[in-house]
Design a protein around this ligand. Structure first.
Ligand code: C2O
Ligand code: CU
Ligand code: CU
Length: 500
């Protein structure tokens, strides 16, 4: 119970080696504080040669997938080197599930790990008993039947463990999988499919000299998030994909514990955002880069028409303003090699879907969730140096028996997530519901392309405040709201709310 200890020390811990946002460093220097024991950590990405073929995990239907087993095995995310890791089958990650709206899911889950785990179906609106709330963990050696019916629009969702204080490690070690839902509306659009529809699960991993995955966060890592120097896509390091001169649909999940990617193409060309967490946008949004935080998904169309045969380009992550902690370097994620003139014809539809905007009636209940802790506590602690607070939501760290809000099924509310007093970054995720983002004030002061549709995770950069609007479904019971920086989640940046 490390976190409890953390709190008992009075909520204050001295952390050597913590990354300090520059703005705080400045104010500390002004106050004459000694910041000399606060070194900066830097994890630089090691890119590799992009000479391994991108693995496309086959999609499996709910009928084909009757069981999942959390297990340890040895496989080769780095070709030629054995790594011991976790997965929902032998090897890293789990099967990519592709279901239809209305399908019944029945999965016999077996926990072959040496500790508790469970499965949370991120983004799916399903009964509370199936949601993988940390209360519902499955002990080592036990099993549980996940049974639910899919009742929501097409989109890319995902599944991963959610045991209290162990989520980050288990996800990092390999437990995660994509869960795609299709429906008729989407099918009728005739978007690129088959070999032209590519799911991409992007994760960063830190490894030991023997290529075993290394999850060993220090106190500093727990504050900043744990970063790896190697990027795996679909569970494999430094990969390439051969493409034709046509449109490809990339369905991207950021399954990293803490790292944010600023997706872009290496030739700087634009691409179309057609969907986000909760499915298709109303119409395509053209961008040249797009931030994707842990837990978020985006649906992209990349047009390779006009690329010379033999040419290469990369999906990469551009620099962005993420304080001193994130976005400080540009690095490549995946290489595309254009190998063939395509006979495919696809023209981009101008309308994708209709997103009925939830009416932000001024009489709606507004709830405020204030993000705190971390280095942000420093301003008010004059005279104390090198101090940080645990990350909090409304001044609380997670207590499993505490429920901070009760909402009525069917009610619409506005939830304000307030990071305006902070220089740190938090991707906030809400279980059990899909929301719309009404506004962002402070920081970037605007919504990004992927925020113009349904969402379940929203990124707050320094000093930002967002307003979300949502109607709670009829699935009653206890759900969580938490930071999807999984190191933050595990150190208690999570609260319960209930739908009654
Ligand atoms: Cu993807 Cu509560 O998490
Ligand atoms: Cu979730
Ligand atoms: Cu956070």
């Amino acid at each position: 119970m490390e976190r409890r200890k953390f709190i008992k020390t009075g909520g204050l811990v001295s952390i050597a080696g913590l990354l300090i946002p520059s703005i705080i460093l400045e104010s500390c220097k002004k106050k004459g504080m000694d910041m000399s024991n606060m070194a900066t950590t830097s994890i630089s990405i090691k890119e590799g040669s992009f000479s391994t073929l991108l693995p496309i995990l086959p999609f499996v239907s709910p009928i084909e997938i009757s069981s999942l087993t959390a297990q340890q095995s040895v496989s080769q995310p780095f070709i030629g080197h054995n790594s011991t890791l976790l997965g929902y089958h032998s090897g890293i990650l789990g099967p990519m599930i592709k279901a239809k709206n209305g399908d019944s899911i029945s999965i016999a889950f077996s926990n072959q790990l040496s500790e508790e785990t469970n499965i949370h179906w991120h983004g799916l609106m399903i009964p509370q008993a199936m949601d993988g709330h940390p209360d519902h963990s499955v002990s080592a050696g036990s099993s549980f039947n996940y049974q639910f019916t899919i009742n929501q629009r097409a989109g890319m969702y995902w599944y991963h463990p959610h045991p209290e204080m162990k989520t980050a490690k288990q996800v990092f070690m390999g437990l995660a999988g994509a869960f795609i839902v299709n429906d008729l509306e989407e099918e009728n659009l005739k978007l690129p499919n088959g070999e032209y529809e590519i799911p991409l699960v992007i994760q960063d991993k830190r490894i030991n000299y023997d290529y075993s995955l290394n999850y060993s966060p220090t106190e500093t890592d727990k504050m900043n998030g744990y970063f790896g120097e190697h990027i795996l896509v679909n569970g494999l390091y430094s990969t390439y994909k051969e493409v034709e001169t046509t449109y490809y649909r990339l369905r991207v999940l950021n399954g990293s514990t803490a790292r944010i990617y600023n997706l872009a193409l290496s030739n700087n060309s634009s691409f179309e955002v057609i969907g986000s967490d909760g499915g298709l946008l109303a119409s395509p949004e053209k961008v040249t880069s797009l931030l994707l935080a842990p837990g978020e998904r985006v649906d992209l169309l990349i047009d390779f028409n006009g690329q010379a045969i033999g040419s290469e380009l990369y999906l990469q992550s551009n620099k962005f303003d993420g304080g001193m902690i994130q976005g400080t370097e540009q690095f490549k994620l995946l290489k595309f090699i254009v190998t063939k003139k395509s006979s495919q014809t696809f023209s981009l539809p101008s309308i994708l879907s209709s997103i009925p905007l939830i009416n932000a009636n001024p009489s709606l209940k507004v709830r405020s969730w204030v993000l705190g802790g971390g280095m942000s506590g420093m301003g008010s602690m004059s005279g104390m140096n090198s101090m940080v607070m645990p990350h909090t939501i409304n001044n609380k760290t997670y207590v499993s028996t505490e429920i901070l809000a009760s909402v009525k099924a069917g009610d619409t509310e506005i939830w304000e997530i307030d990071n305006s007093m902070n220089t740190e970054i938090h991707p906030i995720h809400i279980h059990g519901v899909q929301f719309q983002v009404l506004s962002r004030t402070g920081g970037r002061n605007q919504l990004i392309a992927s925020e113009k549709g349904w969402k379940d995770t929203v990124l707050l950069l320094a000093n930002e405040k967002v307003r979300l609007i949502m109607t709670f479904p009829q699935n009653k019971g206890k759900f969580v709201l938490h930071c999807h920086n999984l190191e933050h989640e595990d150190s208690g940046m999570m609260v319960n709310f209930e739908i009654i």
